[in-house]
Design a binder for this molecule. Sequence first.
Ligand code: 13P
Length: 249
Amino acid sequence: GRNFFVGGNFKLNPTTRAAKQALVKTLNEATVDPSVEVVIAPPALYVIPLRASLRADFKVAAQNCYEKSSGAFTGEISPEQLVDAEISHVILGHSERRTLFHETSEQVAAKTRAAISAGLSVILCVGETDKEREAGQTKQVVESQLQPVIQVLNEADWSKVVIAYEPVWAIGTGKVATSAQAQEAHADIRAFLSSQVSPSVAENTRIIYGGSVNAGNCKELAAQKDVDGFLVGGASLKPEFIDIINAKK
Ligand code: 13P
């Protein structure tokens, strides 16, 4: 069985430690379905204090890392440093990193390889733009983002990967994918994993949806057979995040 997985991607929010602590307090006091795997991804500066103050049953992710363990790479954070800080997860290949910071799928693959080798689990983000969807290229774009990662992983590494399908046009826009659009994309990703990796990896890998998920739309999305959870941006900063964690209830 694929345990339901809900990630909160805080992005570059909030801007004060006090506001960050208020978010932790809300999370710590929440009643959640204990079968759901919850992972919180704060800005890098807050990763360590958030790990120290967050309830033990919630995991913590970085929003990015570099592919080298140490050296002359000003501004970067390594997978080894995250593991040493008792951080279990890292988000890689988020569309904001691909678009604003020009990360290629090959770099995302190198980072994924390094993160898993160091002992991290990876939330690997893929997704098409509105232009690509309108051109009928969704499947091809997502497969081209996954292929370099497939090339650098062994079959056993896939137990450390959660794929986040995040259509770019749905991120921060309020324009959520329909449950049919999400289901179709997730089923295509699962079929691709089956043919390119193995049927058992396809069966066991969580594929979560991200892009304008909120308390109002999460239940219908969560009911789709290939939607194994969510990666939540804006709504992860609000009390409704708890309802999203509990979407399967
Ligand atoms: P929103 O939930 O704000 O649309 O962001 C989704 C996202 O990018 C999560 O990584």
